[in-house]
Ligand binder design. Sequence first.
Ligand SMILES: Cc1cc2nc3c(=O)[nH]c(=O)nc-3n(C[C@H](O)[C@H](O)[C@H](O)COP(=O)(O)O)c2cc1C
Length: 183
Amino acid sequence: MKKNLGKKTIMSVYPVLIIGTYDENGKANAMNAAWGGQTDVDCIAIALSDHKTTDNLKLNKEFTVSFGTVDTELISDYFGVVSGRKVDKIEKSGVHVIKSENINAPLFEEYKLTLECKVISLENEVLIGEVINTVADESILDLDGKVSISKLNPIVYDASDHTYKKLGDVVGHAFNDGLKLKN
Ligand SMILES: Cc1cc2nc3c(=O)[nH]c(=O)nc-3n(C[C@H](O)[C@H](O)[C@H](O)COP(=O)(O)O)c2cc1C
């Protein structure tokens, strides 16, 4: 028996994206955005309403996107409940800003995996960005120098119950397991 539940944000488990930008005075800001993701190796799309972050994006057209982790859960949520228009969130959270070598946008010491991006467009409350580089802390690289998601320990935002959850066990292998039914 199936039930109709109407429109719900139920199929909505997203990475916790922390957007880093500078304002007109070079002051860093960070916001939490869940409604987006990387759509290709060099493209990211995020649904954004009106924020300090969008003010900054219109000015500088460059931004970073870091991934919220178990270790950064509290500050990541803080970045989503307070606006940089009212409070210096960087000072209050105590995160350490590092200047990017490639773009005019802040990296944060506490966030171990970050995409460096340039604005392609910001229209109809959708930010489309070009990903130009990935910055990873050495502590999350495996022996082959690849990013280890297990070492990163990212969290996801579950919009169905407004919780953050961590990733679980491997249950299968993409592009492989389905092949068993192919022939
Ligand atoms: C879990 C979570 C996810 C969020 N996702 C988004 C989002 O995808 N897009 C958006 O516009 N705002 C989102 N927000 C709200 C902004 O983060 C919030 O309005 C923030 O204060 C904006 O910061 P700023 O004004 O300093 O840029 C989210 C907040 C939380 C807590």
